[in-house]
Design a protein. Structure first.
Lengths: 202, 890
């Protein structure tokens, strides 16, 4: 079976946030809701200080903390490794939001307009029906794009070509090769969530 | 729509009030006829000055639902940056100007409601044309056409300006980015010369971005590839930027790069490092003999410059056959003691030791020495590489300077010193080295003196008195754009010797208020201009000052057919050999707006300057692409326009395509089907060395052209008995026209006590250039404001500690010229002498997007005193000395 996963090359990543904007553009998330973030931070002291970047989609864990706490079965894990939310079953208890060690989930409390003192734009009116208020939301590895043999928007858009997507179960796939060659690591390996997002050359 | 609300209020007998703030904008319902439709359009991103990324624009139910990079098309191959993705919000922006407007309140100001009256297009165009006609009849120079990054896609702006007959096209994007002159002089390349990143192994980058916060997609791809393959990157900058974080950061005090560059050159000339002597002898004017007056010593018979033949012990004209060219030495020729240019330059640099530079620029002398040595080591002097069967010199090392280095008095010398460094290793226009980023072709053709002919901005504007150009081009013959000078000349016409007044200002994408130093002076100047017209996208600062507003389409609504603009930041094989024509299919216009080129045609028609000889169409028939010259669109043969007919834009696009030198005769219909016409030039043609190899041309190592322009200016001013306006001691001007770079103190080196920091600025990933009001785009605003490094006033932790500032403190930054305030962010990523104010925040207008008002305005701190400009480029000082203090809250 396939296990979808992603490799992010931190040497190539320049922190431009193109991925974050691609994610917004793909999903039309309301203000304040970002399925993807780039954590920007500093390392070192002057005069050797540097910026560092950590792009963070949902980790699509093999043992997702969010799944085990979900009381209704709204959160589920597919055979291909995608961790998804069935919004018709979500009751908005937010257990998943607090349990995710990567802060990958947000609770969609209410819809705010992009231009705060104005009506929703035609774009928002088109996109808002895709969201259910009072539910948890997060990155779905662009499941609709995958269904059409496409790549997640953040992978497609990356100008630095820092992201690779593929089958972690196939040892000959590009993602497996990169992890093997460069020594891929996952975030918070110690807690045993088994993320499907690997980082190399950090 | 404001008009509806206006009429509604009028019906109620109420005075119209500022409506943007008081009533939410209500969008029209979706056209039922569009329900259920789905289309994908070919797009070209319009969200930065580069505007070259090919996109796909997805439209559902008549609504744009997604913009993404076109995966099949260069230069971005499916990638797209945040600004490009956010373009949807520039389309659906309630703060757009939605219909033609005429001012009813004569009082003007950024916070004064113009009390707009809605009018029809006919009324607005007739009104503007009638006023401009009067201006033209009186003196066409009285019209300023002001362009800028807001819309640089227009096909007809230059032709409109020419047909009107005014020399005054003023660009507001330039005086804070004077990066052109040295590359125009040494490489004959415009806009500039940059590192060839496919082969470069050692890049020393001063005061610039290499991609991540500028032309993000293709430049970032090439940058990431170079880092991936192990290119050593040394970033000399007051800030540990995105680029510096991927290489070695050498922090430098703001505005002092010239000292580092002079010292690096000193090390290369005086400390036993190898030089590319064959290059210097055969491919530069370094061996030319210089007379006691500082000019080329010329052969009395032919007037040609001369070199010394060491084997024959005599001087010959540069184009004679030489047995052994002398690079060094002093020689008596016809009783005149001459020295080689190289000798003079080496002598000039004798004083600039790293120990001299260290206290100025704060970089340890040993570090300067190390960078010089590593640079020379990596340049592989003497090596060659074969490309397409042609043997090139291979010099995989480059030094590049940019805005942060050049925008100071003496900044042109910093740029030129960078060229000297590159020439010492012979890396000009060869693989791995420093290469122009525009047209490929026979650019390096020599002039009568055997030296690369100065092109573009290095080709001086002839003197005329009284001057024609409102931006004082006559006094700064090699300047970049001069909106700041135009503003000053409007305010004080006598001082700048103009014998005419500015009667009208036609704004076509520029913004002299937001994009320049001292915004309040630009406001005062525009108040003084009797008639201001703005072809406007939103209610920006300049539009607030307008008498008539002609609303233009946003970029998604603008049809466009264009050739790929030249890459502006970093180069690599993947784009530079590419000639491409592609198109933007417009989405339906949301409001009562027009395409800018259609507006210009309508105005030209009403002014009687559209048709006939000297009309807009006639000028278009003779247009050549400014950047890629013969590789760009030009109308030819049967495809030329009949100047007496009227054409649609589409008809013009079709004719341009059919006569494109790199095309195959197909037109717009075929382009619509295919999305792009692509032609790859052979790889060897990527390097302009190929067209003039070996000793067939010479780069200027001794800047005779600079001296000659200065000498001519001196003579012309003396004839009129005047100085450069605002300059008391003319030697401060001519000092910058000497043929050898030397140390120049900019206006900020010495400052009164208390002004203990320098304010610096950089572009951010959320804001690169002012297009489509991206500073107020809510998608970009959301992420920008979370990114404290890019939205605050930034200061080194130790400096903040010394001043007792805590994270988040409200602080005031005050220069000798202005002040601004904002939130403090403490960081280790900045030189302790620097205060960083990123982006282009602050200002805004009463009727504009409130987001435009947030943040600190770096531009407000900059000087507009003529004495502070670089005498050659006319660039504005970009690192003003400042004091910083906490804002006391009451």
């Amino acid at each position: 079976v396939i296990r979808y996963g992603m490799v992010i090359d931190l040497l190539r990543c320049v922190g431009c946030n193109s991925c974050t904007f691609a994610c917004r553009a793909e999903h039309g998330t309301p203000p304040g809701i970002q399925y993807h973030r780039v954590k920007k931070y500093e390392v070192g002291k002057y005069p050797t200080a540097k910026m560092r970047f950590l792009p963070m989609p949902c980790m699509h864990c093999q043992e997702p903390a969010c799944l085990s706490v979900c009381p209704t079965g709204a959160t589920y894990r597919r055979d291909d490794g995608l961790v998804l939310i069935d919004e018709t079953k979500c009751i908005g208890c937010r257990y998943c939001v607090v349990s995710c060690p990567y802060s990958s989930r947000q609770f969609l409390r209410k819809a705010v307009n992009y231009y705060p003192s104005h009506d929703a734009t035609p774009y928002e009116r088109q996109k808002q029906p895709e969201f259910t208020l009072g539910t948890a939301v997060k990155c779905d590895f662009c499941v609709k794009r995958l269904a059409q043999k496409g790549l997640p928007a953040c992978v497609e858009t990356c100008p630095a070509e820092a992201r690779t997507f593929g089958d972690l179960n196939d040892p000959r796939s590009e993602v497996s090769r990169l992890i093997a060659d460069a020594g891929g690591s996952v975030l918070h390996a110690e807690i045993g969530t088994g993320p499907s997002v690997y980082y190399i050359r950090g | 729509m404001i008009g509806n609300a206006y009429q509604y209020l009028r019906k109620l007998g109420k005075t119209p009030q500022p409506l943007f703030e008081s009533s939410p904008y209500r969008w029209k319902a979706v056209d039922p006829a569009q329900k259920g439709t789905r289309r994908t359009l070919h797009g070209i991103c319009g969200s930065c000055m580069q505007h070259d990324c090919a996109t796909l624009v997805h439209v559902e139910d008549g609504i744009v639902v997604k913009i993404e990079g076109n995966p099949e098309s260069p230069p971005n191959y499916g990638s797209l940056c945040g600004r490009g993705r956010s373009e949807i919000m520039s389309l659906y922006n309630p703060y757009r100007v939605k219909t033609p407007l005429v001012r009813t309140n004569p009082e003007k100001g950024l916070d004064v409601d113009p009390m707009w009256k809605e009018v029809t297009w006919e009324e607005a165009l007739d009104l503007v044309a009638a006023r401009l006609k009067k201006v033209r009849e009186k003196d066409p120079r009285g019209l300023v056409v002001c362009e800028g990054f807001g819309n640089r896609e227009t096909l007809l702006r230059k032709e409109f300006t020419k047909a009107f007959g005014t020399p005054n096209e003023v660009g507001t994007h330039g005086p804070l980015c004077t990066i052109h002159y040295a590359s125009c002089l040494v490489h004959a390349a415009f806009p500039e010369a940059i590192a060839e990143m496919e082969h470069c192994r050692y890049l020393v980058s001063f005061g610039r971005s290499l991609g991540p916060n500028f032309a993000t997609t293709s430049a970032t791809r090439r940058f990431a590839k170079a880092i991936d393959r192990g290119m050593k990157l040394v970033v000399i900058d007051p800030r540990s930027s995105y680029e510096a974080s991927k290489g070695e950061w050498i922090p430098i005090r703001p505005g002092s790069d010239l000292a580092f560059l002079l010292a690096m050159t000193h090390v290369m000339l005086h400390e036993g490092l190898p030089q590319d002597v064959p290059f210097l002898k055969n491919r530069t004017n370094a061996p030319y003999l210089i007379g006691p007056d500082g000019n080329y010593h010329r052969d009395p018979a032919t007037g040609k410059p001369m070199m010394w033949d060491a084997a024959e012990r005599c001087a010959r004209t540069f184009d004679a056959a030489f047995k052994e060219i002398s690079l060094e030495g002093a020689y008596e020729i016809d009783g005149c003691l001459c020295r080689t240019a190289f000798d003079l330059i080496r002598e000039e640099f004798g004083a600039y030791t790293p120990e001299w530079a260290e206290p100025i620029c704060t970089v340890p002398a040993d570090t300067i020495r190390r960078v010089a040595r590593e640079f020379v080591d990596h340049a592989c002097i003497g090596s060659t590489i074969e490309i397409d069967g042609f043997t090139f010199p291979f010099r995989p090392a480059s030094v590049n300077t940019h805005r942060g280095v050049n925008n100071h008095r003496g900044g042109t010398y910093a740029d030129l010193t960078g060229k000297l460094i590159n020439m010492l290793v012979g890396n000009i226009e060869v693989p791995g080295g420093c290469v122009g980023d525009s047209q490929r072709g026979p650019l390096l053709a020599p002039d009568a003196d055997g030296v690369v002919k100065p092109q573009f901005e290095a080709s001086p504007m002839p003197f005329k008195f009284p001057p024609d150009h409102i931006d004082c081009h006559e006094f700064y013959p090699n300047k970049h754009t001069g909106p700041h000078l135009a503003i000053k000349a409007i305010l004080e016409p006598e001082k700048y010797h103009h014998d005419y007044g500015v009667e009208a200002w036609l704004n076509v994408g520029g913004n002299p208020i937001r994009k320049n130093a001292r915004p309040e002076m630009a406001v005062a100047a525009l108040k003084k201009v009797p008639f201001v017209v703005s072809l406007a996208y939103h209610m920006d600062e300049t539009t607030m000052m307008a008498d008539v507003v002609l609303p233009e389409h946003c970029s998604l609504e603008r049809a466009m057919v264009t050739t790929l603009p030249p890459p502006h930041q970093t180069t690599g094989r993947d784009v530079c050999g590419l000639h491409m024509a592609y198109l933007r299919e417009p989405v339906p216009a949301l409001f009562n707006t027009k395409h800018m080129d259609d507006i210009l045609v309508e105005l030209a028609d009403r002014l009687g300057i559209l048709h006939g000889k000297g009309g807009l169409y006639d000028h278009l028939n003779h247009k050549q692409d400014r950047h890629i010259l013969a590789d760009g669109f030009a109308l030819s043969g049967e495809h030329r326009l009949d100047p007496d007919r009227r054409y649609t834009l589409e008809e013009i696009y079709d004719r341009q395509l059919k006569s494109w030198s790199r095309g195959d005769g197909r037109g717009l219909e075929a382009l619509r089907e295919e999305g792009r016409f692509v032609h790859w030039a052979p790889r060897k043609e990527f390097y302009t060395y190929y067209f003039f190899p070996g000793s067939t041309t010479r780069h200027p190592f001794y800047f005779q052209s600079l001296k000659s322009v200065g000498d001519t200016l001196r003579t012309n001013l003396a004839k009129q008995g005047i100085t450069v306006p605002g300059i008391d001691d003319m030697e401060t001007i001519f000092d910058l026209y000497r043929p050898i770079p030397h140390w120049v103190e900019n206006s900020e080196i010495r400052a009164p006590e208390g002004f203990d920091c320098w304010a610096i600025n950089w572009r951010t990933p959320y804001y690169s250039s002012d297009i489509g009001n991206i500073i107020g785009n809510p998608w970009l605003v959301e992420l920008c404001d979370e990114d404290l490094c890019e939205s605050s006033i930034v200061m080194n932790v130790s400096t903040a500690d010394r001043k007792g500032f805590k994270e988040g403190d409200r602080i005031i930054v005050e220069s000798r010229y202005g002040k601004t305030e904002g939130r403090l962010h403490r960081t280790e990523l900045l030189h302790p002498d620097a205060v960083g104010i990123p982006g282009c925040f602050g200002l805004g207008t009463k009727l504009g997007n409130p987001s435009n008002r947030r943040g600190a305005s770096w531009n407000s701190l900059l000087p507009l005193d003529d004495k502070t400009f670089d005498a050659v480029s006319a660039g504005i000082e970009s690192a003003p000395r400042v004091k910083v203090y906490r804002k006391e809250t009451t």
